[in-house]
Design a protein. Structure first.
Length: 125
């Protein structure tokens, strides 16, 4: 099994959760959606840069090695591009789960109605 075959499952789940989260967030508060997407994009960019730096360091010092027959052959530095799928999945899936698992707004408790007090001389039944 190649790394892309493994990644495709996780990226499909991530894409589905991301799309559902965007729809849910747009319905809850459309004004927040633009800022949320901008923040998510910025976070993804930072995470991809950090992944590029640290993956290259880990591969260079020999902590991680990849079987050449299981990678695509495309690299960023000496890190195979397949390695970046996990950073993309984390940057999309975690905020999506945050949106999707957010507790619903609490419904205000119903006002209690005071029991009716019978008028003097009225039958209490």
């Amino acid at each position: 099994m190649t790394y892309w075959a493994l990644n495709s499952f996780f990226l499909a789940v991530t894409a589905g959760a991301g799309i559902i989260a965007v729809v849910v967030l747009a319905r809850r508060s459309g004004a927040v959606l633009g800022r949320a997407l901008a923040a998510g994009g910025l976070g993804l960019g930072v995470l991809l840069v950090m992944t590029a730096v640290f993956d290259n360091v880990m591969i260079a010092v020999g902590l991680v090695a990849y079987a050449p027959d299981r990678i695509s052959g495309a690299f960023i530095g000496i890190a195979p591009v397949e390695d970046f799928a996990y950073a993309i999945a984390a940057a999309v899936l975690l905020p999506s789960l945050w949106v999707l698992l957010e507790p619903r707004a609490r419904v205000a408790p119903r006002a209690r109605v005071a029991p009716r007090v019978p008028e003097p001389g009225e039958d209490p039944r």
